[in-house]
Design a protein around this ligand. Sequence first.
Ligand SMILES: Nc1ncnc2c1ncn2[C@@H]1O[C@H](COP(=O)(O)OP(=O)(O)O)[C@@H](O)[C@H]1O
Ligand SMILES: [Mg+2]
Length: 189
Amino acid sequence: MSRVTHPPPIAARLQLFAGASAAISETFRISPMPAFYLPDHAATERVGAALASTLGGGMLVTLRGELAAGKTTLVRGMLRALGWIGSVKSPTYTLVEHYFISRLYFYHFDFYRFADSEEWETAGFADYFRDDAVCLVEWPEHVSSLLPEADVELVLAHRASHAGRDLSIHPATPAGERCRSAIAAVLET
Ligand SMILES: Nc1ncnc2c1ncn2[C@@H]1O[C@H](COP(=O)(O)OP(=O)(O)O)[C@@H](O)[C@H]1O
Ligand SMILES: [Mg+2]
């Protein structure tokens, strides 16, 4: 007679899974990173507006997420909140768009098409990261060895199960932590 091993019932399997993930979190001391849900593009723009209130010279904000995740929308919301009334174009082809608002330069990069690290030198991109400039960088993973450390990284994700976006916020400096608090404050109210 052959022995048939039945899988444990669903509740027991869920318990096993919960136990295993708790053990993994404990081992690696991972604190779960809360994601905020942004139901529509206006919510993404509101995040940009909240971010605007905390930006200062010398800061670097990176924006990660697949194509159409909402990165440029967030930057547009930020620039509009700062009073920019001109167009805010995606820098997909130009690599960088420049803005000058209230005596501060804003450089919005999109490194999606960046392929040649020599171009970093020839374009003089290192000179954009200055104390009188705020840099906002889409596709930072394409230039990760060239970029200074970001104050905060914003990650936007699109799930098939809903129309909106998930946002997670990863601060790395006190200035980045202030960005996280300002964004959380508008999203949690
Ligand atoms: N939270 C959201 N929910 C639904 N659509 C959104 C949201 N945020 C942005 N969008 C829409 O996603 C599309 C792509 O946005 P975009 O900012 O150009 O993406 P990316 O710069 O990441 O490629 C736009 O049509 C924008 O209106
Ligand atoms: Mg974009």
